[in-house]
Design a protein around this ligand. Structure first.
Ligand SMILES: C[S@@+](CC[C@H](N)C(=O)[O-])C[C@H]1O[C@@H](n2cnc3c(N)ncnc32)[C@H](O)[C@@H]1O
Length: 246
Protein backbone atom coordinates (compact mmCIF):
# COMPACT_ATOMS: atom_id res chain seq x y z
CA UNK A 1 0.00 0.00 0.00
CA UNK A 2 1.43 3.39 -0.89
CA UNK A 3 2.14 5.70 2.02
CA UNK A 4 -0.70 7.95 3.14
CA UNK A 5 0.27 11.55 3.61
CA UNK A 6 -1.24 14.54 5.30
CA UNK A 7 -3.05 16.94 2.96
CA UNK A 8 -4.11 19.51 5.56
CA UNK A 9 -4.33 20.36 9.24
CA UNK A 10 -7.58 20.94 11.06
CA UNK A 11 -7.50 23.87 13.47
CA UNK A 12 -10.28 23.61 16.02
CA UNK A 13 -11.65 25.26 19.14
CA UNK A 14 -10.40 22.34 21.29
CA UNK A 15 -6.82 22.57 22.55
CA UNK A 16 -6.99 19.35 24.52
CA UNK A 17 -8.80 16.02 24.11
CA UNK A 18 -10.90 16.50 27.23
CA UNK A 19 -14.12 18.35 26.46
CA UNK A 20 -14.13 17.44 22.77
CA UNK A 21 -17.56 16.06 21.79
CA UNK A 22 -17.68 12.29 21.42
CA UNK A 23 -19.12 12.57 17.93
CA UNK A 24 -19.45 15.15 15.23
CA UNK A 25 -22.55 17.36 15.26
CA UNK A 26 -23.09 17.07 19.03
CA UNK A 27 -21.77 20.61 19.45
CA UNK A 28 -22.93 22.30 16.23
CA UNK A 29 -21.03 25.50 17.11
CA UNK A 30 -17.69 23.70 17.52
CA UNK A 31 -15.64 25.27 14.77
CA UNK A 32 -12.74 24.11 12.70
CA UNK A 33 -10.63 25.40 9.82
CA UNK A 34 -9.00 23.14 7.26
CA UNK A 35 -5.62 24.54 6.25
CA UNK A 36 -4.04 22.79 3.31
CA UNK A 37 -0.43 21.72 2.95
CA UNK A 38 1.37 23.78 0.28
CA UNK A 39 1.02 21.04 -2.37
CA UNK A 40 -2.79 21.19 -2.07
CA UNK A 41 -3.17 24.88 -1.28
CA UNK A 42 -4.73 25.71 -4.64
CA UNK A 43 -8.21 26.97 -5.43
CA UNK A 44 -8.63 24.29 -8.10
CA UNK A 45 -8.44 21.56 -5.44
CA UNK A 46 -11.69 22.79 -3.85
CA UNK A 47 -13.46 24.01 -6.98
CA UNK A 48 -17.17 23.16 -6.60
CA UNK A 49 -16.94 22.15 -2.93
CA UNK A 50 -19.04 25.17 -1.84
CA UNK A 51 -22.08 23.47 -3.42
CA UNK A 52 -22.02 20.82 -0.68
CA UNK A 53 -23.43 21.57 2.75
CA UNK A 54 -21.45 18.86 4.58
CA UNK A 55 -18.11 17.14 4.20
CA UNK A 56 -16.45 13.98 5.42
CA UNK A 57 -13.08 14.55 7.02
CA UNK A 58 -10.81 11.52 7.19
CA UNK A 59 -8.22 12.38 9.78
CA UNK A 60 -5.71 10.84 12.09
CA UNK A 61 -6.04 10.64 15.87
CA UNK A 62 -2.57 12.12 16.26
CA UNK A 63 -2.90 12.56 20.04
CA UNK A 64 -3.06 8.80 20.55
CA UNK A 65 0.61 8.15 20.98
CA UNK A 66 0.96 4.38 20.78
CA UNK A 67 -0.47 1.56 18.72
CA UNK A 68 -3.20 0.03 20.87
CA UNK A 69 -2.24 -3.14 22.73
CA UNK A 70 -5.78 -4.55 22.80
CA UNK A 71 -8.41 -5.21 20.15
CA UNK A 72 -11.16 -4.34 22.61
CA UNK A 73 -12.08 -0.97 24.06
CA UNK A 74 -14.45 0.42 26.69
CA UNK A 75 -16.92 2.78 25.00
CA UNK A 76 -17.85 5.75 27.24
CA UNK A 77 -21.48 5.25 26.19
CA UNK A 78 -21.48 1.91 28.05
CA UNK A 79 -20.32 3.56 31.24
CA UNK A 80 -16.67 2.75 30.63
CA UNK A 81 -16.73 -0.77 32.10
CA UNK A 82 -17.97 -2.97 29.24
CA UNK A 83 -15.70 -4.04 26.45
CA UNK A 84 -16.46 -4.16 22.75
CA UNK A 85 -14.34 -5.12 19.76
CA UNK A 86 -12.51 -2.09 18.43
CA UNK A 87 -14.21 -2.45 15.05
CA UNK A 88 -17.61 -2.29 16.78
CA UNK A 89 -16.75 1.18 18.11
CA UNK A 90 -15.57 4.63 17.00
CA UNK A 91 -12.78 4.67 19.58
CA UNK A 92 -9.56 6.60 18.80
CA UNK A 93 -7.57 3.62 20.13
CA UNK A 94 -7.56 1.62 16.90
CA UNK A 95 -5.15 0.34 14.27
CA UNK A 96 -4.06 3.13 11.91
CA UNK A 97 -5.83 5.67 14.18
CA UNK A 98 -8.09 6.94 11.39
CA UNK A 99 -11.08 9.12 12.29
CA UNK A 100 -14.20 9.75 10.23
CA UNK A 101 -16.03 12.99 10.92
CA UNK A 102 -18.92 14.64 9.14
CA UNK A 103 -18.87 18.44 9.39
CA UNK A 104 -20.96 21.32 8.11
CA UNK A 105 -19.18 23.43 5.50
CA UNK A 106 -19.79 27.04 6.55
CA UNK A 107 -17.47 28.92 4.22
CA UNK A 108 -14.79 28.47 1.61
CA UNK A 109 -12.18 31.19 2.10
CA UNK A 110 -10.54 32.05 -1.19
CA UNK A 111 -9.01 35.43 -0.53
CA UNK A 112 -6.66 35.04 2.46
CA UNK A 113 -2.89 34.46 2.42
CA UNK A 114 -3.40 30.79 3.32
CA UNK A 115 -6.39 30.23 1.09
CA UNK A 116 -8.15 28.17 0.18
CA UNK A 117 -9.30 27.39 3.69
CA UNK A 118 -12.47 25.54 4.64
CA UNK A 119 -14.43 26.83 7.65
CA UNK A 120 -16.43 23.99 9.13
CA UNK A 121 -18.50 23.32 12.26
CA UNK A 122 -19.72 20.42 14.35
CA UNK A 123 -16.19 19.05 14.81
CA UNK A 124 -15.20 16.35 17.31
CA UNK A 125 -11.44 16.67 16.82
CA UNK A 126 -8.57 18.28 18.66
CA UNK A 127 -6.76 21.31 17.31
CA UNK A 128 -3.94 20.30 14.98
CA UNK A 129 -5.50 17.05 13.81
CA UNK A 130 -3.88 15.95 10.52
CA UNK A 131 -6.31 15.55 7.62
CA UNK A 132 -5.75 12.62 5.26
CA UNK A 133 -8.67 13.21 2.87
CA UNK A 134 -11.83 15.25 2.39
CA UNK A 135 -14.95 14.11 0.55
CA UNK A 136 -18.35 15.70 0.06
CA UNK A 137 -21.18 14.20 2.08
CA UNK A 138 -23.61 12.66 -0.43
CA UNK A 139 -27.09 12.57 0.99
CA UNK A 140 -28.56 9.69 -1.02
CA UNK A 141 -25.59 7.41 -0.44
CA UNK A 142 -24.32 8.37 3.02
CA UNK A 143 -27.61 8.57 4.91
CA UNK A 144 -29.31 5.28 5.81
CA UNK A 145 -32.61 6.14 7.51
CA UNK A 146 -33.34 2.53 8.56
CA UNK A 147 -29.91 1.98 10.11
CA UNK A 148 -29.64 0.74 13.69
CA UNK A 149 -26.65 1.59 15.87
CA UNK A 150 -26.54 -0.73 18.88
CA UNK A 151 -25.39 1.08 22.04
CA UNK A 152 -24.85 4.26 20.01
CA UNK A 153 -28.40 4.48 18.72
CA UNK A 154 -29.06 7.95 20.08
CA UNK A 155 -27.08 11.04 21.00
CA UNK A 156 -26.06 11.28 24.67
CA UNK A 157 -28.46 13.26 26.81
CA UNK A 158 -27.61 16.96 26.73
CA UNK A 159 -27.85 18.47 30.22
CA UNK A 160 -28.72 22.12 30.87
CA UNK A 161 -25.66 24.28 31.56
CA UNK A 162 -25.81 26.92 34.31
CA UNK A 163 -23.24 29.70 34.67
CA UNK A 164 -22.01 30.35 38.21
CA UNK A 165 -19.23 32.69 37.09
CA UNK A 166 -18.67 35.47 34.56
CA UNK A 167 -19.52 34.34 31.05
CA UNK A 168 -17.11 34.81 28.15
CA UNK A 169 -17.34 38.14 26.38
CA UNK A 170 -17.98 36.37 23.10
CA UNK A 171 -21.45 34.92 22.56
CA UNK A 172 -19.97 32.44 20.07
CA UNK A 173 -17.52 31.13 22.68
CA UNK A 174 -20.31 30.88 25.23
CA UNK A 175 -22.36 28.76 22.85
CA UNK A 176 -19.55 26.38 22.01
CA UNK A 177 -18.67 25.97 25.71
CA UNK A 178 -22.28 25.26 26.63
CA UNK A 179 -22.76 22.76 23.80
CA UNK A 180 -19.50 21.00 24.66
CA UNK A 181 -20.21 20.67 28.39
CA UNK A 182 -23.87 19.73 27.88
CA UNK A 183 -22.63 16.46 26.36
CA UNK A 184 -21.06 15.49 29.72
CA UNK A 185 -17.44 14.97 28.66
CA UNK A 186 -16.39 13.67 32.08
CA UNK A 187 -16.01 9.87 32.50
CA UNK A 188 -19.39 8.18 33.08
CA UNK A 189 -18.04 6.26 36.08
CA UNK A 190 -17.30 9.51 37.94
CA UNK A 191 -20.34 10.27 40.04
CA UNK A 192 -19.09 12.98 42.31
CA UNK A 193 -21.01 16.25 42.19
CA UNK A 194 -18.23 18.02 44.15
CA UNK A 195 -15.54 17.10 41.68
CA UNK A 196 -14.29 19.94 39.50
CA UNK A 197 -13.24 19.40 35.89
CA UNK A 198 -11.26 21.75 33.70
CA UNK A 199 -10.37 22.13 30.05
CA UNK A 200 -9.76 24.72 27.34
CA UNK A 201 -12.46 25.52 24.83
CA UNK A 202 -12.32 28.26 22.18
CA UNK A 203 -9.56 30.13 23.99
CA UNK A 204 -11.16 29.93 27.45
CA UNK A 205 -10.05 27.95 30.45
CA UNK A 206 -13.31 26.46 31.70
CA UNK A 207 -14.02 24.75 35.04
CA UNK A 208 -17.23 22.92 35.79
CA UNK A 209 -19.05 20.48 38.07
CA UNK A 210 -21.34 17.74 36.83
CA UNK A 211 -24.55 17.24 38.79
CA UNK A 212 -26.99 14.47 38.01
CA UNK A 213 -29.34 16.78 36.14
CA UNK A 214 -27.23 19.78 35.11
CA UNK A 215 -23.77 21.19 34.56
CA UNK A 216 -22.49 24.10 36.64
CA UNK A 217 -19.79 26.25 35.07
CA UNK A 218 -17.79 27.56 38.01
CA UNK A 219 -14.91 29.31 36.25
CA UNK A 220 -14.19 30.74 32.83
CA UNK A 221 -11.02 32.73 32.15
CA UNK A 222 -9.04 33.62 29.05
CA UNK A 223 -6.77 30.70 28.28
CA UNK A 224 -3.14 31.60 28.97
CA UNK A 225 -1.70 28.12 28.64
CA UNK A 226 1.55 27.62 26.75
CA UNK A 227 1.15 26.22 23.27
CA UNK A 228 3.72 23.79 22.02
CA UNK A 229 3.62 23.34 18.27
CA UNK A 230 3.63 25.74 15.37
CA UNK A 231 0.26 24.31 14.28
CA UNK A 232 -1.16 25.13 17.68
CA UNK A 233 0.45 28.56 17.57
CA UNK A 234 -1.42 29.38 14.42
CA UNK A 235 -4.65 28.09 15.90
CA UNK A 236 -4.18 30.13 19.04
CA UNK A 237 -3.93 33.26 16.92
CA UNK A 238 -7.28 32.34 15.41
CA UNK A 239 -8.68 31.68 18.81
CA UNK A 240 -8.18 34.87 20.73
CA UNK A 241 -10.83 34.96 23.44
CA UNK A 242 -13.82 37.05 22.65
CA UNK A 243 -12.78 37.60 19.06
CA UNK A 244 -15.28 36.67 16.35
CA UNK A 245 -13.68 34.64 13.65
CA UNK A 246 -15.82 35.65 10.71
C1 LIG B 1 -14.93 8.90 19.61
S1 LIG B 1 -13.91 9.89 18.56
C2 LIG B 1 -14.95 10.07 17.14
C3 LIG B 1 -14.20 10.72 16.01
C4 LIG B 1 -14.81 10.46 14.65
N1 LIG B 1 -16.14 11.04 14.52
C5 LIG B 1 -14.85 8.98 14.37
O1 LIG B 1 -15.89 8.37 14.61
O2 LIG B 1 -13.85 8.44 13.92
C6 LIG B 1 -13.97 11.50 19.25
C7 LIG B 1 -13.04 11.63 20.42
O3 LIG B 1 -11.71 11.41 20.01
C8 LIG B 1 -10.80 12.20 20.76
N2 LIG B 1 -9.99 12.92 19.79
C9 LIG B 1 -10.37 13.90 18.95
N3 LIG B 1 -9.36 14.30 18.17
C10 LIG B 1 -8.29 13.53 18.51
C11 LIG B 1 -6.94 13.46 18.06
N4 LIG B 1 -6.49 14.24 17.07
N5 LIG B 1 -6.13 12.55 18.64
C12 LIG B 1 -6.59 11.75 19.63
N6 LIG B 1 -7.85 11.77 20.10
C13 LIG B 1 -8.70 12.66 19.55
C14 LIG B 1 -11.64 13.13 21.63
O4 LIG B 1 -11.61 12.60 22.94
C15 LIG B 1 -13.05 13.01 21.03
O5 LIG B 1 -14.05 13.12 22.02
Amino acid sequence: MSQLHVIATLKTCYTGKFGVPRQSGLAPAAWGVVEFEPAYRRAEAVRGIEAFSHLWLITRFHRVEEEPQSLTVRPPKLGGNERRGVFATRSPFRPNRLALTVVKLDRVELDGPESPRLWVSGVDLVDGTPVIDIKPYVRYADSVPEATSSFADSAPEALPVEWHCAQPSSAAAQTVIEQSLAGQPQPAYHQDAEREYATEIDGWHVRWQALEDRILVVGCDPDCLEVTSSATDAASRLRQPGRRRR
